[in-house]
Design a protein around this ligand. Structure first.
Ligand code: NI
Ligand code: MN
Length: 221
């Protein structure tokens, strides 16, 4: 699996000839050149919806989101696949599951966009947990038990999400093979040290590798 990082919480994961975009706020050139099979959007805030609408319309790729947010996207003519927290949807490439996130969610119109979520994206048996924007919650250990994700995309920027200390605890709950920090250093209010996060994860001694990606970077798993 190849995991491309655009910056902020924006990723594209690619495996078996399929590609899935997540929270496409900032795209790297690699991400721009590929037609996604689906676009997962964790919640309605602008730094996560990003270019989802434009990319969906351009490529006919469905936006996967909770029911309320999917309705807001479909109103503007986007193809959507809805679901809700606790559920999963099957797609040609695998399975996408909706998991909880502790945050808010409103659309750029000011309308409420339902509950925010995280996603477990399973492509050919490799599972990525994108936590969305969230505070720490102990049911992340249930996410581990139910889905056993290989790769954890974890916010560390504080203020709107977990900061470094809570994020390290989240890694302890999720126990992934690899963790990629996100949602930090995009603007000064969410400045955080990924090195400090990595040191905290290393100290857990659970065999989780911290992969620090710069915007435009890629990790092959
Ligand atoms: Ni948000
Ligand atoms: Mn955000």
């Amino acid at each position: 699996m190849k995991i491309y990082y655009g910056g902020h919480s924006s990723f594209m994961i690619e495996k078996d000839g399929y590609s899935v975009l997540i929270d496409p706020f900032i795209l790297s050139s690699d991400m721009e050149s590929i037609k996604p099979d689906a676009i997962c959007v964790t919640h309605g805030h602008g730094d996560h919806t990003g270019m989802a609408e434009d990319i969906s319309k351009k490529h006919g790729a469905p936006i996967i989101a909770v029911f309320e947010l999917a309705n807001l996207f479909s109103r503007s003519g986007c193809k959507t696949i809805d679901g809700h927290i606790g559920g999963s949807v099957s797609l040609p490439f695998g399975r996408v599951s909706f998991v909880p996130a502790l945050h808010g969610s409103s659309f750029h119109t000011g309308e409420n966009a339902g509950n925010p979520c995280g996603f477990i994206i399973d492509i050919g048996g490799t599972k990525v947990y994108h936590a969305g924007d969230t505070g720490l919650f102990s049911d992340m250990s249930l996410i581990r038990e139910l889905y056993n994700p290989d790769i954890f995309l974890c916010p560390i920027g504080d203020k709107y999400t977990m900061g470094v200390r809570a994020a390290v605890k989240a890694v302890d709950f999720v126990r992934p093979k690899a963790v990629i920090p996100m949602h930090y250093n995009t603007f000064p209010a969410i400045n955080a040290s990924p090195e400090e996060f990595k040191a905290g994860v290393d100290a857990l001694n659970i065999g989780a590798e911290t992969v620090i990606l710069s915007p435009g970077g890629m990790f092959e798993y």
